[in-house]
Each structure stands twice: as structure tokens, then as C-alpha cells.
Design a protein around this ligand. Structure first.
Ligand SMILES: [Zn+2]
Length: 306
């Protein structure tokens, strides 16, 4: 029997924005998978909550009642802990966590709650060897997600897991690992296959997290056309992910830490809400309890504990 499991598929810096095609790359992007799921305009700031037979969509507040633009370290920590980390430390902070954010993460997260039960949890996106070298030499700090995983005693995935097809790269296809990171034997996937593979691997863990960060980078720089092409790539990944997802036993949550890519008129994060998408048994009821980023971990807990 397949066990109950939950995956948070995290896309950095993707919010719900305006209907202006000069501002928001979602407006002109061809997104057949999510549009078939939720109907036209699901990505707009005023699109509202939507529930269909297969999935629910919740416009989710990322500002958390704290002044300023939401940042990655506090937003990701809120998603993984279910606590308002920005309010706890008195500000939005990022991109990497400072000591107060690390202290909040150390109090516990979905990762540590899972491993403390003796169950398996994983961060499914791997890091190249250079990342581990930089961490070990003190040149680089963990961002909130790997920090929470490491705190829970979880081994971060690297080239070995990628090669063994137990991890999928943040860019999905493996091309960057072959060409830029110099792993010529890295497995290659189409975007659809990568989505299927992530669904398959997630079924091996009670809780897993996939981290995709290039979406935030394309909000900070690059033209509107590149952002649009990137959203189209993500939609293809969702096609494979939804096709491979075991909705009877698994809860899939797609969400983000703050807006960015949906407003290409500037290079900063936005205060827009982010689209949280829930797929799996009881998604509509779980969706009702989500208002802001802290509700995501609560929904995962409820699903896994039922
Ligand atoms: Zn971020």
C-alpha cells in the first residue's frame, strides 16, 4: 500500500499580478495545464479563490502583517514552520537567513516533525559539489530551506542522487548540470518527464520539498519575454507532475514565498499574494484554512495526521 505523503513544490518569487500584458508575463504566456485546471485569469491578483474537482487555488498573503516587501528567508521559513517568522523577528529578511531566522527554523519545521516521527523526509532538489565545498569552507550560508533540512538531520542531495535519478535539478531538464556544472553524464528529462519523476520520488517520502529558484532570478533581471518563456516551461512541468501525482494518497502543494516575476516593471519583490495550489484528497477543505504563508504547513500537517 502506498503511504500518505505530501510534497511542497516551491517556486521562488511568483505572485498574482495585474492583467496588463506589458507588466505581467502570465497574461501572454501559454499555460494550457493550469488554465485547463482553473480557467482563464487564475493568475490575476483579483482572480479569487478557485476550487475544481481536481484542485484548489488560494491567493495567499505573503506580507504577514509586517511592513516592507516580503523576503525569501522569512517567507520560506514561514512556509516550512507554519509560524509567522517575519513577525517573530520584526521584519522581512533575506535572501539568506540571519541568526534570528535560523533560531526560528531551529524550533522545528515540517522536515524535523517528520524525521522525529521516524519517517522519511527529503529536499528533492540536489546541489553540485561546488555548493558543498562553499558551505564547508564557510564561504556560503544555507538558505532557509536547506537550513531546515539540515537541522532535521536530513542529508542534502548532490550529484550522486541526481545521477541515480533520486533527485531532480532545480532547472528540471538536467541540461545545466551537463553544460554549466560539468556533469556530462547527468540524466536528461523533458519538462514533462521531470514533473513525472518528481511525483514518483515524492511518493518515497512522508514529506518532501522541491525548490525551484530560477523564477525569482527572472523577476529580478531579464526581459519580459524570458519571464514568459519560463512560466511556459513551468506549466509543462506541472503537466507531468499532475499526471504522475497519486491524488488518493498524496497532497501536492505548489506555492511561493513572495511575488516578483509577475511584475516586470521593476526588479524588486512585490507585495502581491502568491498562488497556492492544492491537489489531493480533501484539497478543497484544506484550502479553506489557508489565508497566508503560515497556512501551508498547517494544511500539510492536517493532511498527514488524518
Ligand atoms: Zn524568494
Amino acid at each position: 500500500m502506498t503511504k500518505k505523503h505530501a510534497l511542497i513544490f516551491f517556486i521562488d518569487g511568483v505572485g498574482m499580478g495585474s492583467a496588463d500584458p506589458e507588466v505581467n508575463p502570465f497574461v501572454t504566456a501559454d499555460l494550457p495545464v493550469l488554465t485547463a485546471l482553473f480557467g482563464d485569469g487564475w493568475y490575476l491578483a483579483d482572480g479569487g479563490r478557485r476550487t475544481t474537482e481536481q484542485a484548489s487555488l488560494v491567493p495567499t498573503d505573503a506580507c504577514l502583517g509586517v511592513e516592507g516587501r516580503p523576503q525569501s528567508a522569512t517567507g520560506q521559513a514561514a512556509i516550512l514552520t507554519g509560524r509567522n517568522v517575519s513577525a517573530a523577528i520584526g521584519e522581512h529578511y533575506g535572501p539568506k537567513p540571519n541568526q534570528p531566522v535560523r533560531d526560528e527554523i531551529a524550533k522545528g519545521s515540517l522536515f524535523s516533525e517528520t524525521t522525529e516521527l521516524g519517517e522519511k523526509a527529503a529536499l528533492l532538489s540536489p546541489y553540485p559539489q561546488g555548493y558543498f565545498d562553499a558551505i564547508n569552507s564557510g564561504k556560503r550560508l544555507y538558505s532557509s530551506v536547506p537550513q531546515a533540512a539540515v537541522n532535521a538531520g536530513i542529508k542534502l542531495f548532490g550529484p550522486d542522487e541526481l545521477m541515480a535519478q533520486k533527485a531532480v535539478s532545480p532547472g528540471f531538464t538536467g541540461e545545466v548540470w551537463r553544460t554549466i556544472l560539468d556533469y556530462p553524464d547527468a540524466p536528461l528529462y523533458t519538462l514533462h518527464e521531470a514533473g513525472q519523476q518528481i511525483a514518483k520520488i515524492a511518493a518515497d517520502y512522508r514529506f518532501s520539498f522541491f525548490e525551484h529558484w530560477p523564477s525569482d532570478r527572472l523577476g529580478h533581471r531579464g526581459p519580459l519575454s524570458e519571464a514568459k518563456a519560463h512560466l511556459e516551461k513551468l506549466d509543462k512541468v506541472y503537466g507531468g507532475l499532475l499526471e504522475g501525482w497519486d491524488a488518493e494518497n498524496g497532497l501536492l502543494v505548489i506555492s511561493s514565498d513572495h511575488g516578483n516575476i509577475e511584475d516586470k516593471t521593476h526588479r524588486h519583490h512585490t507585495k502581491n499574494r502568491v498562488a497556492t495550489i492544492l491537489v489531493g484528497k480533501g484539497h478543497a477543505e484544506l484550502a479553506e484554512s489557508i489565508e497566508d504563508l503560515t497556512g501551508i504547513a498547517q494544511a500539510v500537517r492536517r493532511f498527514l495526521e488524518e
